[in-house]
Design a protein. Structure first.
Length: 320
């Protein structure tokens, strides 16, 4: 096999094994609410892409979909490296990257900045090279080998070995995964419990007190008592959909749409760095500076959502 094909085999094989193992090593990939949750990614990939119908079907079983993708990636990578069923592995690899091209990186502009397009072409090039090599070898195949349903016993055993190693790698990687972390978006405070929370606060008396009436009309999202500085909670805005409200300082509360301006995936909040992060392609937004894009494949800030703090009550209100 020429060195051009060997180099391509090595690159694609190692990349796919790494991609599959990385999914099992990520403690948030299979956990709902995690910053890298597969369900969130599938929802984002369905936004305005040709593969949207398929993404919406896969959304119904996100964890099973994630496990299947990771195992197939590992198996394809191992088969490519080991030279087992390389043509089939190449075509499966092409199919995976073609689907990702039509979903995950469909909105990437210009198109050549999206890696899935070149990966799809690379898999096709590898498949074409394998066909050429096999065509040159025709007539030099050894004598007949006993078959099992059209597949030789040796091929069946080698394929089974690849499948077993892929599963073993997945299990081992999952065992080594670190502790899960959340998307940084807590639950909305229940406005009905405001008086109970205030009465149980340090220094408060057991006697019930009247809850002040908000002076700003609108929907109460949370309270300053339930939203410490540096924290965020998610909510749904009637106009922009999923959104997030953040308390940047004692007297500063802001809110933004959670739809990433790259491809629509829902961003999460990294409490340690106090930035909003997209789990799909790594876009980052700074909520302290009008949610400006500070990293990743987009330069467009998140859409702002107007919220106000009702001073007499401490309520954070989405005006009506």
């Amino acid at each position: 096999m020429p060195w051009s094909i060997r180099i391509l085999r090595a690159f694609l094989g190692v990349t796919f094994v790494f991609a599959g193992v990385q999914k099992f090593l990520d403690p948030n990939f299979f956990r709902a609410g995690g910053g890298d949750y597969i369900g969130t990614e599938l929802a984002g990939f369905a936004t305005g892409t040709p593969a949207a119908p398929l993404m919406r079907v896969l959304e119904h079983a996100p964890v099973l979909t994630g496990i299947a993708i990771a195992l197939v990636e590992i198996a394809v990578g191992l088969a490519t490296l080991a030279g087992i069923g390389m043509l089939a592995a190449s075509l499966v690899g092409f199919g995976i990257n073609a689907v990702l091209w039509l979903s995950a990186t469909w909105h990437t502009r210009p198109y050549f900045l999206g890696s899935d397009s070149i990966y799809a072409v690379a898999w096709l090039a590898l498949a074409a090279g394998i066909v050429q090599v096999e065509h040159a070898r025709r007539g030099r195949v050894a004598g007949p080998i006993e078959r099992i349903d059209g597949i030789s016993r040796r091929e069946f055993a080698r394929g089974s070995l690849i499948a077993g190693v892929a599963v073993a790698l997945g299990v081992a990687s999952k065992a080594l995964a670190g502790p899960p972390t959340s998307s940084g978006l807590g639950n909305l405070a229940d406005p009905a419990r405001r008086s109970a929370a205030r009465s149980s606060a340090p220094g408060s008396t057991a006697a019930p007190t009247a809850t002040p009436t908000p002076t700003t009309p609108g929907r109460v999202l949370t309270t300053l008592d339930a939203l410490p500085v540096g924290r965020a909670v998610g909510f749904t805005d009637p106009q922009v959909g999923p959104a997030v409200v953040l308390r940047l300082a004692n007297d500063q509360v802001v809110a933004y749409s959670r739809a990433c301006t790259h491809e629509g995936c829902l961003v999460g909040y990294d409490q340690s760095s106090e930035i909003l992060v997209c789990p799909c392609h790594g876009a980052e937004f700074d909520p302290a500076h009008q949610a400006a894009a500070i990293a990743g494949p987009t330069q467009t800030p998140l859409e702002s959502v107007k919220v106000v703090v009702d001073r007499p009550t401490g309520d954070v209100i989405l005006p009506s």
